[in-house]
Design a protein. Sequence first.
Length: 99
Amino acid sequence: MITIWKEKAHNKSITRADMVAYCILKAMHCKSENKEELVKIFCNRAFRPKQSGEYQGFELAKSELRREIMYRETILGSKELYEEVDIDQFRILLTKVML
């Protein structure tokens, strides 16, 4: 995961969906039991609200990531990462996290 992230950062090709995926993957690798709260904390750091207080970029990123998982079966653009991650837990965290 780290090498994929570093490669995307080097190529300046990180998308909003990649940022949400990275936050979820980072929380999944933590020892804490409260992974939903960790995802929320990481996403709060990565996304900032508009003046109205809405996290529009975050909501768009979540829907982009859902499509990436459902139709392309990739995470961070990698099929290998998709296959080695517990995809059920990933989907649960993706649907439960709200900012």
